[in-house]
Ligand binder design. Structure first.
Ligand code: AMP
Ligand code: GLY
Length: 431
C-alpha cells in the first residue's frame, strides 16, 4: 500500500518507523516530513499540515491508499472529511469529532453532560465577566484559551493579578488569535499525571500502554511549557485498578458520549489524566497521538500498526487483538538552545554511535537534510532518543547513553526524564 502521513514531528517519525515494519507498506509519503523520515526512505514533500486542499490534491495525484493525519490542526480543520470525500481511506477523527480537542469549552460541556470526572469550571465569552469571576474564585485557578494554542494556552494563576493578566492576554490582546475568543477557568487539581492513548472506532475502545510526558523545559519541572521534553512508558502511577476505573468512568463514557451526540470518534483518542485524591479526572482530551507519548508507546506495540489503523477506519476494531510487550521505553528530547523561546537553526547534527546502541533509535522532529544531504537542525525540538528495555530503569539508562552520543551547537536536554516514575517504582518496592 502507498501510505500518506501528514505531519513532520517526532510523533510522525515514530509512526513512520512502525509502519515501515509492516509488510503491507510499499511507499510512504510524508507532508512535510523531516530529515529523519527522508533518511528512512519516506518521500517528504513540502506541503504544510494546514494546507488541506494541497494535501487532498497530492493524495489524489499519487493514488494514496491510506492516509494518517497525525497533528491537531489539520484534524480540527477537517482534513479527514476532505480526504474521505476524495475517496481516500484515512485514520483520524473527522471535524465534528476533532472538536473534542479543538474546543476546550466543548470538551468541558461534554464531560458535564455525561458525568465524566474533570475539574470544576466556568466558560466566559467576555473578558469583563471572566475578570469578575477572578475576583471571587479560589486560587490557584487555571485559565485556558478555548481553542488550539500549540500547547501554550494553559496558564496556572496563583492570584487575581495573574488571572487578570492571563484573561487580558487571551481575550483582549488575542495572543492565541481566534483560539482565545472564549476562556475556560477551572479548578486547580493536583496529583500524578498520566497520558493514555486509545484506539477507537466509535464502538470499541482499546487503551494503549499508559505513559508520562515531561512538559516543562527544565529539570524538576521548572521553566516554560514546551511541546514535551521526554516521556516514559509504562506509567507506574497507573495501576491495574486505576486503569479499570478509568475505562469504566472515563474512556467508555467519553466514546459513547461522542457517539450519542452525533460525533462518533474514530482514531486515536488521548486522555490527559490527573490521579487526584478524589480519583482520576480528565485534564484534557486530544484528538490524536501525543507527542512525545507516541515515541514511547508505539515501540511497545506488538500488533501490526497498519492492521489496527485500517480496522479503526473500517469500524472493525473489535476483531483485532491489540498486544503490547511487557517492556518499557524512554524518550529523551534534544532541543535547540533557547527553545521554547527563540533559537537558531541550520546547525550540523552529529549522531555519533547513538543509532548503533542496543535497542535504541532516534525519532527526528526539527531536523532536515541540507543541499549536500547532511543532517542539520530545523526546529526547536530537534530529535528524541528512544530506548526500549525489559524495565524502566534500563530504558532510562539506555536513552541517556544514546543522548550523550549526539551533538549539535546549542543542544540541551533534561537530565531527569523518568525520575518521577522511577521514584514511584522504588516506593512500590519499599512498600
Ligand atoms: P494542557 O495543555 O491542557 O495539557 O495543560 C498543560 C498542563 O497544565 C497539564 O499537563 C497540567 O500539568 C496543567 N494543567 C492543566 N489543567 C490543570 C488543572 N485543572 N489543574 C492543574 N494543572 C493543570
Ligand atoms: N504530549 C502532549 C500532547 O501531545 O499534547
Amino acid at each position: 500500500m502507498t501510505i500518506l502521513i501528514v505531519g513532520g514531528g517526532g510523533r510522525e517519525d515514530a509512526l513512520v518507523q512502525k509502519l515501515l515494519k509492516s509488510e503491507n507498506v510499499k511507499k510512504i509519503y510524508a507532508l512535510p516530513g523531516n530529515g529523519g523520515m527522508a533518511r528512512r526512505g519516506a518521500i517528504c514533500v513540502p506541503i504544510g499540515t494546514k494546507d488541506i486542499e494541497g494535501i487532498v490534491a497530492f493524495a489524489r495525484a499519487r493514488a494514496v491508499d491510506f492516509a494518517v493525519v497525525a497533528p491537531d490542526d489539520p484534524l480540527v480543520l477537517g482534513a479527514i472529511d476532505a480526504l474521505e470525500a476524495a475517496g481516500i481511506q484515512c485514520f483520524g477523527p473527522n471535524r465534528r469529532a476533532a472538536i473534542i480537542e479543538g474546543s476546550k469549552a466543548f470538551a468541558k460541556g461534554l464531560m458535564a453532560r455525561h458525568q465524566i470526572p474533570t475539574a470544576d469550571y466556568k466558560v466566559f465569552e467576555d473578558a469583563t465577566a471572566a475578570g469578575e469571576y477572578a475576583a471571587r474564585c479560589a486560587y490557584p485557578i487555571v485559565v485556558k484559551a478555548d481553542g488550539l494554542a500549540l500547547g501554550k494556552g494553559v496558564m496556572i494563576c496563583k492570584d487575581r493579578a495573574e488571572a487578570l493578566c492571563a484573561i487580558d492576554a487571551i481575550m483582549n490582546r488575542g495572543v492565541f488569535g481566534e483560539s482565545g475568543r472564549s476562556v475556560v477557568m477551572e479548578e486547580f487539581l493536583t496529583g500524578p499525571e498520566v497520558s493514555v492513548l486509545a484506539f477507537t472506532d466509535g464502538t470499541t475502545l482499546v487503551p494503549m500502554v499508559a505513559s508520562m510526558d515531561h512538559k516543562r523545559a527544565l529539570d524538576g519541572d521548572l521553566g516554560a511549557n514546551t511541546g514535551g521534553m521526554g516521556a516514559v512508558a509504562p506509567n507506574p502511577f497507573y495501576t491495574p485498578e486505576i486503569a479499570a476505573r478509568c475505562m469504566r468512568e472515563i474512556f467508555l463514557p467519553t466514546m459513547r458520549a461522542m457517539r450519542s451526540e452525533g460525533r462518533t470518534f474514530r482514531g486515536c483518542l488521548y486522555f490527559g489524566l490527573m490521579l487526584t485524591a478524589d480519583g482520576p479526572k480528565v485534564i484534557e482530551y486530544n484528538c490524536r497521538f501525543g507527542d512525545p507519548e507516541a515515541q514511547v508507546v508505539l515501540p511497545l506495540l506488538k500488533t501490526d500498526l497498519l492492521t489496527i489503523l485500517k480496522a479503526v477506519a473500517e469500524g472493525r476494531l473489535a476483531e483485532i487483538d491489540v498486544e503490547f510487550s511487557r517492556g518499557a521505553a524512554c524518550c529523551v528530547v534534544l532541543a535547540s538552545g533557547g527553545y521554547p523561546g527563540e533559537y537558531e537553526t541550520g546547525k550540523p547534527i552529529s549522531l555519533g554511535a547513538a543509532e548503533s546502541l542496543e535497542d535504541t533509535h532516534i525519532c527526528h522532529a526539527g531536523s532536515a537534510l541540507d543541499a549536500n544531504g547532511a543532517l542539520v537542525t530545523s526546529g526547536g525540538r530537534v530529535l528524541g532518543v528512544v530506548a526500549t528495555a525489559r524495565d524502566l530503569p534500563q530504558a532510562v539508562g539506555r536513552a541517556y547513553r544514546g543522548a550523550e552520543q549526539i551533538s549539535f551547537e546549542g543542544a540541551y536536554y533534561r537530565r531527569d526524564i523518568g525520575q518521577r516514575a522511577l521514584g514511584a517504582l522504588a516506593g512500590e518496592r519499599r512498600a
